[in-house]
Design a protein around this ligand. Structure first.
Ligand code: 5AD
Ligand code: SF4
Length: 442
């Protein structure tokens, strides 16, 4: 009987894409995939290290599944991904439940490492690579809808943001062969997928040199958009220091490149941005937002913000708020600064903003963003948007749910439509998270 593997994924979209690569590697090695953790012979937890609470969640999860191991002493548990890379052998020393530890660049070794664990040895491989992109591996899709999927275009990160653990756990930046990206995307389209999100820590610095051609991100995006006009293309994440007018013109030129840019600002204070090593100022960020508004007028904009970074004053915090208000972000992810061991900030600066102040600033930021998001949704009422249907709405099987090009969720009565189709929806009202409307013939 073949052994069943269950993969649980935490963290970002990149981890979701990686779990699909891991599943592909294991299926090839004779494993079978299961959605039921109770029947698994191998449990893999794909982990995140971005903030301390992400790691705490994983420790909690390990405790929660410890009874499974008592019930089945053949069961093997593996920690893979960013936390595996950060803590290495320490993971096994801390928790005897863990049999296997594998970092993001060592997934090809998984079958071997599982064998080792089955022979009774703890197995660890956390080597980072300068070349690995898993370009030749066809990920096993684990999405539920069959409409939208992720395609990884690069790995690692060369930016050295002072707060961030990613360069340490995911290694140096490397771009994936564009031919393999186009091939994987075309196959998805042929299987019925209608949307891909191209993933990288900093997609603007995608770079590939063929014999005599330099392919940057704008060119890659154009290649993907040209596969079929019915295929929507999204991408994440863009870095404000690198986002070029050339890229913006490419986005404007193609109807099927989604009009949404996720452009993490992190802070609105130039002094804090400098300490964060972000390599841009508040003014530079504002100039890039102006460029987006001019070149791609219909574009939605979202961001990431950190409150309470080392030395952040009330003044700095106010500058973050005023930037958010000025930019009118459609959406924002907001976080309290969490010191990560080994990063530049941990080595050089004191984590000196008290927890209570971080929390206060975060709440203030969230309530501001709620107002800004509501305003952005109100502006959509009365307009007609093209919506790609993703499936039934969560609340009612009589309603469908999909997204606009701007990445806003729209719910509307079903009529006789189905997922994967495009419809035009007239927006009649908005709630805090959703636009609500009806399909229109216009
Ligand atoms: N503390 C808090 N937030 C962080 N992020 C990255 N590192 C940290 C940290 N140490 C946030 C940034 C990034 C997002 C993915 O997570 O905003 O854009
Ligand atoms: Fe993703 Fe960063 Fe978390 Fe790793 S640490 S899973 S790259 S968010």
């Amino acid at each position: 009987m073949s052994k069943k593997v269950y993969i649980e994924t935490y963290g970002c979209q990149m981890n979701v894409a990686d779990s699909e690569v891991v599943m592909s590697i294991l299926l090839k090695a004779g494993y079978e995939s299961t959605d039921n953790i109770n029947e698994a012979g191998l449990i893999l937890i794909n982990t995140c290290s971005i903030r301390d609470n992400a790691e705490q969640r994983i420790w909690g999860r390990l405790t929660a599944i410890s009874h499974l191991k008592k019930r089945n002493n053949e069961l093997k548990i593996g920690i893979i991904g960013c936390m595996a890379e950060r803590l290495k052998e320490k993971l096994i020393e801390t928790d005897q439940l863990v049999d296997i530890v594998v970092g993001p660049d060592a997934y090809r070794e998984l079958p071997l490492l599982v064998n080792e664990a089955e022979a009774g040895h703890k197995a660890v491989n956390v080597l980072l690579s300068r070349e690995e992109t898993y370009a030749d591996i066809s990920p096993v899709r684990m999405d539920k809808n069959g409409v939208s999927s992720f395609v990884s275009i690069m790995r690692g990160c060369n930016n050295m943001c002072a707060y961030c653990v990613v360069p340490y756990v995911r290694g140096a930046e490397r771009s994936r062969n564009p031919g393999s990206i186009v091939k994987e995307t075309r196959e998805l389209f042929e299987k019925g997928y209608r949307e891909v999100t191209l993933l990288g820590q900093n997609v603007d610095s995608y770079k590939w040199t063929n014999d005599n051609e330099n392919i940057g991100f704008a060119k890659l995006l154009e290649k993907i958009a040209s596969i079929d006009p019915l295929l929507r293309v999204r991408f994440s994440t863009s870095h404000p220091k690198d986002i070029s007018d050339d890229l913006l013109h490419t986005i404007a030129r193609h109807d099927n490149i989604c009009k949404h840019i996720h452009l993490p600002a992190q802070s609105g204070s130039s002094r804090i941005l400098k300490l964060m090593n972000r390599e841009y100022t508040r003014e530079w960020y504002m100039d890039r937002v102006d460029a987006i508004r001019t070149i791609v007028p219909q574009c939605a904009l979202s961001t990431d913000m950190i409150t309470g970074f080392c030395t952040e004053t009330e003044e700095d915090h106010k500058e973050s708020l005023s930037l958010m208000e000025w930019a009118g972000f459609d959406f924002a992810y907001m976080f309290k600064y969490s010191q990560r061991p080994g990063t530049k900030a941990a080595r050089k600066f004191k984590d000196d903003v008290p927890e209570t102040i971080k929390s206060e600033r975060l709440s203030e930021m969230i309530s501001l963003q709620n107002k800004v998001s509501a305003k952005s949704k109100k502006k959509d009422v009365g307009k007609v948007f093209e919506v790609l249907i993703e499936g039934s709405s969560k609340r009612s099987s009589e309603h469908l749910s999909g997204r606009t090009s701007q990445n806003k969720v729209v719910v509307f009565p079903k009529d006789d439509h189905d997922k994967g189709e495009y419809v035009r929806v007239n927006i009649e009202r908005s709630t805090s998270a959703t636009l609500i409307g009806k399909i229109t013939g216009q």
